[in-house]
Design a protein around this ligand. Structure first.
Ligand code: ZN
Length: 228
């Protein structure tokens, strides 16, 4: 692990981010995954209910040769990536505690009904633990997950919403987090293959960062994608 790699955390692909987290095992920020059939994990979701769950409409885009997650600017709002034929997908980015670390579990649209049912039955979720079981071999596209609520323990009783909120990871903030937020112009460049997150043109990077609060507002205006 070189210092350059650490500095460029924002430029990592999903796989690299995962490996990086495995190696450094810091406070969190890694992905939760169950790799093989019948693998299980006990987790605590960092949410009250479905109302505060993290989700986003995202595109997969090659940036600097790596697959990156880019937030959609709105299917009906002229998002350049949508218009280029790159279909946006609704994804859950479930924040949970697992083995003492805060991790993100990325799940597709088909998992949303499951989380809605869990929320309906068990909210608030943060003072409970669930065992998740994988059903499907590694690489099986039809893999499903079952969830079982655990018996309440002393740790569960101690959980407060404030503590849970403090543990959460920021998933999007311009170009420095897991979910990248690009301007329409930057998306056009990404489509052309000319957009980069590399630090070489440092002046450019700074400018892009400053534009973000405004752009973020635009991005969430049209179709209720605001998460935080
Ligand atoms: Zn889009």
């Amino acid at each position: 692990m070189t210092s350059e790699e650490i500095n460029n955390e924002a430029g990592m692909s999903l796989r690299e981010a995962y490996d990086y987290d495995e190696k450094t095992s810091g406070k969190g920020g890694g992905f939760f995954s169950l790799k093989n059939d019948k693998d299980t994990g006990v987790v605590r979701f960092l949410y009250e209910s479905d109302q505060d769950m993290d989700y986003a409409f995202v595109h997969r885009v090659k940036i600097d040769g790596k697959d990156r997650i880019v937030e959609c600017l709105g299917r009906d709002a002229g998002c350049p990536l949508c218009q280029s034929g790159n279909r946006s997908q609704l994804k859950l980015y479930l924040q949970l505690e697992h083995d003492g670390q805060v991790k993100v579990w990325e799940r597709g649209k088909t998992f949303i009904p499951t989380m809605l049912s869990i929320s309906e039955r068990y909210a608030p979720l943060f003072n409970k633990r669930f065992e998740i079981e994988r059903n499907g071999k590694a690489g099986d596209m039809k893999t499903t997950y079952q969830m079982f609520i655990m018996q309440e323990d002393e740790e569960d009783k101690k959980q407060t919403l404030e503590d849970i909120k403090a543990k959460k990871i920021v998933l999007k903030d311009g170009k420095s987090k897991l979910i990248l937020q690009l301007t329409p112009e930057e998306m056009m460049q990404a489509i052309d293959g000319t957009f980069t997150l590399k630090q070489d043109g440092e002046g450019d990077q700074g400018q892009q960062q400053e534009q973000n609060p405004q752009r973020r507002g635009e991005a969430v205006g049209g179709n209720g994608e605001q998460v935080f």
